[in-house]
Ligand binder design. Structure first.
Ligand SMILES: [Zn+2]
Length: 326
């Protein structure tokens, strides 16, 4: 993987400039001409209104879970393809340095999305995803790794932290993002869970790790299953189907496909089941109704693009200015 050469001070200056630019956009509110998303999931049973909210700052649109926002102590978002400078298959807000995109373009995209969050690329810690269930406890010493500086870790598909201002980042183009917020112990976790990670019960691994590291009680956790591929779009072969059938008792995770020997895999339902079985109350589990593959102009989808795509990112962090009495 190539890493851009950054000078720390330069990035900090850019942040100030960018913040000013972004502040000029904020206040315009939700625009009537936001992208028309196709929503394919079930309506969330617990949350009032929409499960996933569409937001816009200038040309940049991003998605949030109102239930995570309501926890009050964490910032988060899920990116879309809009508002960046990358071109071609990576157009326009690609956030991976490993997709053949120009490093300068990815850097600029980071500056833009970080400005939306009011953080710096220096605060971001990137995962090193290889479809494992390995989890890293991230500290302030990891800031900037995978974005400004090389990573000194590998095979990390999940991250947890209790350090305010450290911004966790994972990358997606159909695989499932898992967000965890513990408002009691003030800790957060973010994971990448594709079919392999889901078969390995990554969601449960995350809950157990937060229990171990921070003393989190699963009953306090608020979890979100982020935008990813829906059952209708996700056809799998017999081997994957069998793996899920043998690991999950729940009906409906594997259903017959359109052709003989093919099946449809419901990763949203599988992850909901995993999180519930890990002890998170059903009303605290918020599952996306937005499919990446149904919206390939708006979200990067590996399947819809036949692999010619950039990466979306999920971000999650504990707010610096969070006050218990606020
Ligand atoms: Zn779909």
């Amino acid at each position: 993987m190539r890493f851009p050469i950054f000078i720390a001070g330069e990035a900090r200056e850019d942040r100030e400039v960018f913040r000013e630019g972004i502040m000029a956009f904020i206040g315009k509110g939700r625009s009537a001409d936001m992208y028309r998303i196709i929503r394919t999931g079930e309506k969330n049973r617990a949350a009032e209104g929409e499960t996933v909210r569409q937001n816009r700052v200038g040309e940049l649109e991003y998605l949030t879970f109102p239930a995570l926002t309501a926890a009050g102590m964490a910032g988060h978002l899920f990116t879309t393809r809009t508002g960046g400078v990358s071109t071609g298959d990576c157009a326009s807000l690609n956030l991976s340095f490993s997709r053949g995109d120009l490093p300068e373009a990815v850097q600029e995209n980071y500056r833009r999305i970080c400005a939306v969050m009011g953080v710096s690329p220096e605060d971001v810690v990137a995962s090193a995803q290889t479809h494992t269930t390995n989890i890293r406890r991230v500290t302030a010493a990891d800031r900037g790794k995978g974005v400004l500086y090389p990573q000194d870790y590998r095979d990390i598909d999940g991250m947890v932290t209790d350090v305010p201002g450290v911004v966790l980042a994972c990358f997606f183009a159909d695989c499932v993002p898992l967000y965890f917020v513990d408002p009691v112990r003030r800790a957060v976790g973010l994971a990448h869970s594709g079919w392999r990670g889901t078969a390995g019960r990554m969601g449960e691994c995350m809950v157990r790790r937060m229990q171990k590291e921070f003393g989190s009680d699963p009953r306090d956790l608020i979890a979100a299953v982020g935008p990813s591929i829906c059952r209708e779009c996700y056809e799998v072969g017999g081997e994957v189907a069998e793996e899920f059938r043998s690991r999950f008792a729940q009906e409906g995770i594997i259903t017959p496909g359109r052709e003989k020997g093919k099946y449809q895999l419901d990763l949203w339902l599988a992850n909901r089941v995993i999180l519930k079985e890990a002890g998170i109350p059903e009303e605290n589990i918020h599952v996306t109704d937005i499919c990446t593959c149904h919206n390939p102009q708006y979200l990067f989808s590996h399947r819809a693009s036949h692999g010619r795509r950039g990466n979306l990112a999920a971000f999650l962090y504990i707010l610096n200015n969070f006050s218990e009495n606020a």
